[in-house]
Unconditional design. Sequence first.
Length: 725
Amino acid sequence: MVNAHTQTSVTAARTPIRKVVFASLIGTAIEWYDFFLYGSAAALVFGAVFFPSQDPATGVLLAFGTYAVGFVARPLGGIIFGHFGDRVSRKKMLVISLVLMGAATFAIGLLPTYAMIGVAAPMLLVFCRLLQGFAVGGEWGGAVLMAAEHGDDRHRGFWSSWVQAGVPLGNLMAAVVLWVLAAVQSDSDFLAWGWRVPFLLSALLVLVGLWVRLSIEESPVFAEAKKAASMREKSKAPIFEVLRKYPREVAIAMGMRLAENIAYYIFSIVVITYMVTYLGMRKDVAIAGVLIGSVAQFVLTPIIGSFSDRVGRRPLYLAGAAGTGIWGFVFFPLIDTRNDGLIILAIVVGLVCTTFMYAPQAAFFSELFGTSVRYSGASLGYQLASVFAGGLAPLISIAILGSVDQKHPRCQHLPRYSGNDHLYCSTCGKGNRQIITAARPRTRTGDHEMKPAGTGSATGNTATLAAGQPLATNPFSLHNKTALVTGAGRGLGRAVATALGLSGAEVIALDLSPLNDFKDELEAQGVKCRIRSQNLANLSQDQAAEIITWAKETGRGPDILVNNAGLIRRGPALTTTLEDWESVIGLNLTTPFVLSQAFTRSLIDEDRPGSIINILSINAFQGGVEVPCYAASKHGLLGVTRALANEWAPHGIRVNGIAPGYMETELTAAHREDPARYQAMRSRMPIGRWGQPDEIGGAAVYLASAASTYLSGTVINVDGGWLSR
């Protein structure tokens, strides 16, 4: 008879714990969906929507500032909800926190932008974020305790870990919604209104969560403790009891939480900002990585929680901490590869490492405090650490990364190149602060190059660009830029592509000639390079659009377009055939025009600035002898350069040109083989020598960089003074 009663009691107890765990899981997932949604939106859109007057990095930094406000409010929420949760009801506090979070998130979806109401917009955003933080501060402790106090001691780690699984589930839900929107919307639509959709959807999720939570009973352990407490003298406020009796336990909880939480937000939130804002990658790649990582976390959390019931919480926590610390040295190098598979691997492994800490955390923290103050104690340790970890980690990370224009994962390895501007980059020995120690022009006396003086000095002909200044101040830096160069296989195109790459840009090289050796040469110097064999003659508009689409699908789309590919046909005008005319005009004029069209359309769609550099010729100004097709095409390109500069400047697209004079390339070798002709041509140039290809590269770096942002429609004559005679 006794055994039958015991069996019935156990069976009755098993059903409620599953129901309670499900209610805690669903409610926690919904609240963290709302909370993570804000973090993702801060990384992707809030900088532009609520802080549009700032540069991209500063806008994101301010958006993360409002994100951190939510963490500041979390301890206050933990204290207040913990107080009433320990005194009045665990269940009621969970219902209130869910409603408050849902209302704040829904309100964010309705907020007017900065363009509509000015500074009031970010102020309202901050207020909504405070409500979110206050609500989530009371959520975790109550949800964990409902699961822990309904279950038995032998399986506390397993049941409590399901509440922890609600966090990656919420992140997963937010990532799925954002990923779907990113896939079906253009960037402009997402920025204009699409970002509001997931915030407004939270209202439906909250209704589901309320229905589930209202159906569960109060924690039996708490109900018994509350009944016993009512017979005793009324105690002090739970928070004071915690600080008086459990200061060591609060410190332990905070320390454990710091290690896990800092790593988690870097692996799931900061990585999105780094990839989108600093590496210029598509946001759907970053979101997909977090999405897959969240799936792995959700699956592993209850498994690790159950394992903690058998081997203990401490060994698993230590394993997670060690794994996270080691993976931190691997994580960003993998992200910097821009390879989708390696990026997903980096995020998933990082999140799995943190799961070994997070899964047993709920049971660990609930076991630190007595029943009468458990809600307050667990919430205080958990939420205080979140302020310094989750709240400040994104801010500190973005501040360390600094300005968008200055950063590039390879900047500490930037080699010098022999060109118009020689940039020498070194590490100053304090952190990762990069210094330009010297930048000097190349000068010659006759045919002999004057070697620059010792690095870092201002002696002789050395001109210090920014000696002793951070790399951030270098106006010629092309970090975080991508340059598409046509005709990059040889001659001036190769020199221009090299100069742009060694100034920090990723290079996309197009040419009909083989480019594999050139790619190997650039990558050996730390320059990221993509190549494509392409016949550029008489390029159609569809072909040009396909090239730009390919560039965007294989990495960051181009910010810089250099139209260099050209063709010259020599011969008197009277014997020039129409076929010669059309082939020269097609490659030298039509192809640059249609490529510029496709390039500019892409940038306007993405609301990004850009720079077009057309390689002209002094023949565009003086005609030349027996090159009528070439002179006409280059003069036409000069006119196109100025026309496009006028039309596209309002969109942030600068169009400039470089007109080379006589350059020592393989294409002009025949001229130099005749000493008399070579010297005669050289004597016509005031500077007294032929030009070098890397001097065209130096001019291209200038026109592509922030040093020339006020130039558009300008042509730089790199001709040794020929046209100034």
